[in-house]
Ligand binder design. Structure first.
Ligand code: GH3
Ligand code: MG
Length: 415
């Protein structure tokens, strides 16, 4: 577990920070020190420091010496201070701190602690810096590095475009306006309009004096804009704001496409994927099969054991399907109905895989308080060609009902 150092001489503040850290810094070993001597000893005792929260004025380090020390030891540092003037604030930022927090009550301590988690999550966020001036680029990169982001760099719009199209893991683009080969507007236009990169967060940068540039950037598809030169603090505020908006969007997106009970995809996701994959299969003349699975006599499970046990069966079934069909598009499309889209598989091959899972489920059980509960499912599978997604689903459904009529616990893929 990486370590976080908190250095603070006030016992009251330490108590508050300890309370917050216990609830918030769950993935860290949090070490407290009440003076610089203790803190230096702690730093020397291990080498897995992730970050530090350091009081600027300590009895044995009254002029920020402890902050100098953590920064010299390359430990990302959040500074805690009483009141602070603009000059001192700028000096601290230039020195390389992550941020400063004025001690103004519970919220400010929570903010300082949250920053540590923010830094930790930033390590998984990839930022592309597209900027032709190598001086400006390396300045921006150094600021981003301080906040632990992964960074990729491009010298012009064309290079940025090629790299972003080749790397799906880039989350944020910081782009200059004036660049050789392709400027910032064309880059954004390409990304948003030609390639539908809607999930990429874009922040425009420019030193041009054109006051209309910010609006133009945003109208072209940027999420935000920064005029150069900017202060360290403004830069971090904008980046953090963008990152948090991105995370909220991702969470919304995840929720919109996930079934809350089973945590697998939902009907909306399935239909959207199917609408993309069907024409692709038709154009390439590759096989594609669609299966509808339905638990047998599920109402009886609810009636006999209760709704909670019914839920448990659904979760267990979904998890078995997710394990068996991770390569394919799987979703819970209704109460006890699941659909799978098998791109590249003929109906015979899909039915073969489904039958193996059917047999495995028939021979296993769900652990419940009163013992073990077994269940089975029936399945209908159909394949392309079909007039539409609806008619393909209708055909699979017709075969599912044929499976139910034939005694259940079977896979029907013809007739
Ligand atoms: P068949 O073999 O013909 O499919 O019969 P069945 O009992 O499985 O089908 P029926 O359509 O009669 O009943 C499905 C039941 O699934 C009724 C509904 O209350 C229950 N159900 C739907 N969604 C959920 C859920 O999220 N949790 C639980 N526990 N039950 C659900
Ligand atoms: Mg059923």
């Amino acid at each position: 577990m990486p370590a976080v150092l908190i250095v603070e001489d006030s016992q009251v503040v330490i108590k508050v920070l300890r309370f917050i850290a216990q609830r918030t810094l769950l993935t860290f070993d949090v070490v407290f020190a009440t003076n610089a001597t203790e803190a230096c000893r702690a730093i020397a005792s291990r080498n897995d420091w992730f970050a530090a929260i350091v009081d600027l004025n300590l009895p044995d380090a009254p002029n920020g010496e402890m902050v100098d020390f953590t920064l010299e030891n390359k430990i990302p540092t959040v500074v805690l201070t009483g009141s602070i003037g603009n000059d001192k604030r700028d000096a601290l930022h230039c020195q390389g701190i992550v941020d400063y927090v004025q001690k103004e009550g519970l919220y400010s301590y929570q903010y300082a602690v949250n920053l540590i988690n923010r830094l930790y999550r930033n390590r998984n966020i990839k930022v592309m810096v597209a900027e032709d001036s190598s001086v400006t680029r390396s300045f921006i990169v150094s600021l981003l590095r301080r906040h632990q982001f992964q960074i990729v760099e491009a010298e012009n719009g064309q290079q940025a475009l090629d790299m972003i199209l080749a790397d799906d893991s880039i989350d944020i683009l910081l782009t200059d306006y004036n660049m050789p080969e392709m400027d910032g507007f064309s880059l954004i236009h390409e990304l948003r309009h030609q390639h539908e990169k809607t999930e990429l967060v874009i922040i425009g940068l420019s030193s041009a004096d054109d006051k209309y540039l910010s609006a133009k950037f945003i109208k072209n598809g940027a999420d935000d804009f920064l005029y150069k030169p900017f202060s360290h603090e403004e830069f971090f505020c904008r980046i953090n704001h963008a990152v948090e908006a991105m995370e909220r969007n991702k969470e919304l997106h995840r929720m919109a496409y996930t079934d809350a009970l089973t945590n697998i995809h939902n009907r909306r996701y399935f239909i959207e994927q199917a609408r993309k994959l069907l024409p692709k299969a038709e154009n390439t003349q590759k096989p594609l099969s669609l299966a509808i699975l339905d638990i047998d006599y599920f109402k009886q499970v609810n009636d006999e054991y209760g709704h909670d046990i019914g839920d448990l069966v659904l979760v267990s079934f979904a998890s078995s399907l997710a394990k068996a069909f991770s390569r394919f598009v799987l979703a819970r499309t209704g109460g006890e109905e699941f659909c799978i889209l098998f791109s590249g598989l003929t109906v015979e091959r899909a039915a073969q895989l489904l039958d193996a899972v059917r047999e495995q489920i028939e021979n296993s059980s769900v652990e419940i308080a009163s013992g073990a509960l077994s269940f089975t499912f029936s399945c209908g599978v159909a394949e392309l060609p079909a007039d539409s997604l609806e008619s393909l689903m209708k055909e699979a459904d017709r075969r599912l009902y044929h499976a139910k009529d034939s005694g259940r616990n079977c896979v029907v893929y013809q007739g």
